[in-house]
Design a protein around this ligand. Sequence first.
Ligand SMILES: Nc1ncnc2c1ncn2[C@@H]1O[C@H](COP(=O)(O)OP(=O)(O)OP(=O)(O)O)[C@@H](O)[C@H]1O
Length: 252
Amino acid sequence: MTGPAIDMQQVGLTLGQTRILYDIDLHVAPGSVHALIGPNGAGKSSLIKTLMGQMPHQGTLTLTWPAEPGVIGYVPQALEFDRTLPMTVNDFMGVLTQRRPAFFGLSSRNTRAIDEALMRVGMQHKRKRRMGALSGGERQRIMLAQALIPAPSLLVLDEPMAALDEAGVAVFEELLAYWRRNHVTVLWVEHDLDAVRRLADRVTGLNHRVVCDGEPARVLSTEQLLTLFSAHPGMNTQATAPVVSGQTRVAA
Ligand SMILES: Nc1ncnc2c1ncn2[C@@H]1O[C@H](COP(=O)(O)OP(=O)(O)OP(=O)(O)O)[C@@H](O)[C@H]1O
């Protein structure tokens, strides 16, 4: 199923006394791969969390689905695990992908789906390994695998390539090509600008506000990048307006 369009209008975010996002107007076309770039601390993860309904935002956020609302997959920024945590890859995949308690074990249907997802990221042979014993790149592959079940129509990726080695990057690129062929909408926070140039349909540069937005060739020009990465749009400005709760609309 083709993914939704995402529209943000005048989205703002204030946490405590700190204004994180100002007046964000953003359109993500259905079935496109849309990258979000910007300096550290620019508010990219906060924008993603706002989209995922985890932040008390101002403004309007609309997902317009082609028919019925579909599945949203989410790959958060790299997770750390206690090395001694007795949770295997299998347990982790089970907890994230099925509703019944993990101690009941995996249903046979879910076992097949997990097998397939782990195969797609090249991790099927590590399913009995403890999560804490995996390398950062391997954990990242598992985070990609969990986002494949059930098959998403919208994917929200927060630096999915961080920690991936060359083979892992190839796995990610294959997944991205697969999502593109299947018209999945992908909103993707990324620091690797070469990857964005190669793989994104459209790019938004964020530094607490939208600084630039357009096709990769235009947004990733030296001039635009200088503006984006050197702009200082009044960060840490004290909030002057009271926070009003935002609306998230889901339209079919
Ligand atoms: N819960 C919070 N309370 C107060 N400030 C926060 C909170 N969460 C994040 N921030 C601040 O908001 C700003 C934006 O953080 P965010 O993680 O969204 O940026 P980012 O662009 O994703 O950064 P990076 O590229 O380094 O991951 C930072 O200054 C951060 O310290």
